[in-house]
Design a protein around this ligand. Structure first.
Ligand SMILES: Nc1ncnc2c1ncn2[C@@H]1O[C@H](COP(=O)(O)OP(=O)(O)O)[C@@H](O)[C@H]1O
Ligand SMILES: [Mg+2]
Length: 251
């Protein structure tokens, strides 16, 4: 096994509010890690640090064995170019059509000619169960589930080595959520990518994950395989699964 992402003792505060204090975590190549935890615990902040969108106060982030937080912007670029991201809420460009959204990274970062990019976009739309007849539509015309599919197509179209999914099923009905979970599993496997998914949805976590880590109170409080997750009596995980108000969370 090869380490793809390794985080050591990461700290991040916003003013006096300490969000992450001492997060350590490792993701192997082609592994699917899911990070769970209640809302507001710093899950999005953690992946924004890995993506280089936020600078940590302290700690190290290794990608393919290279520490990235201290690199110049120019030296960091190749690392970030191999990452695909499905943001919370989808974050499609409203002024671009569906196919232009999916082809955006291909044309901007990879300088693919427009005709070829459109063909690629249509191929990825089909791979997430969308007909190419919607290629000319705009995000405002789409349902929530369709927007998620378009966002997923956009994230995978650049064939990233690492994929991040931030709350991919939030706001979807249970059937659509399960469809998106399965599309994520299928797409990640097909690419052979390393995947990091954030969710507070336990069903989503157990569908997507090889391994699960729980973030709480600024640290990773539990980590294990999916099987260990299903069996553990750890009080944090038990409370996360049952939604009980009594336990270590929220006291
Ligand atoms: N850019 C920012 N400036 C100030 N506070 C922030 C910023 N981003 C996140 N926070 C705060 O950090 C905490 C964790 O946020 P977040 O990572 O979004 O939580 P979640 O686990 O729900 O994804 C929250 O209290 C949030 O308000
Ligand atoms: Mg979040």
């Amino acid at each position: 096994m090869k380490s793809k992402i390794k985080i050591k003792n990461l700290h991040k505060a916003f003013g006096s509010k300490k969000v992450l204090y001492g997060v350590s975590l490792e993701v192997q190549q082609a592994e699917s890690l899911v990070i769970i935890g209640p809302s507001g615990t710093g899950k999005s902040v953690l992946i924004k640090n890995i993506l280089g969108l936020i600078a940590p106060d302290k700690g190290e982030i290794y990608i393919d064995g290279i520490e990235t937080t201290h690199l110049s912007e120019r030296k960091r670029e190749p690392f970030y170019k191999q990452m695909g991201m499905l943001f919370q809420g989808g974050a499609l460009f409203d002024s671009l059509s569906v196919w232009e959204n999916v082809a955006f990274g291909l044309m901007e970062a990879q300088h693919m000619p427009i005709d070829q990019a459109r063909k690629e976009a249509e191929k990825y739309l089909e791979s997430v169960g969308l007909s190419k007849s919607i290629a000319e539509q705009y995000p405002a015309d789409l349902s929530g589930g369709m927007k998620k599919r378009v966002s997923l197509a956009r994230a995978i179209a650049i064939k990233p080595e690492i994929l991040f999914f931030d709350e991919p099923t939030t706001g979807l009905d249970p059937v659509m959520a399960e469809t998106i979970n399965q599309l994520i599993v299928k797409s990640v496997k097909k690419l052979g990518a390393t995947a990091v998914t954030i969710t507070h949805d336990i069903k989503s976590a157990t569908t997507i994950a090889d391994r699960i880590a729980m973030l709480y109170d600024g640290r990773i409080v539990w980590e294990g395989t999916k099987d260990e997750f299903l069996k553990t009596k750890d009080p944090y995980i038990v409370q996360m699964k049952t939604g009980a108000t009594k336990g270590p969370i929220g006291n």
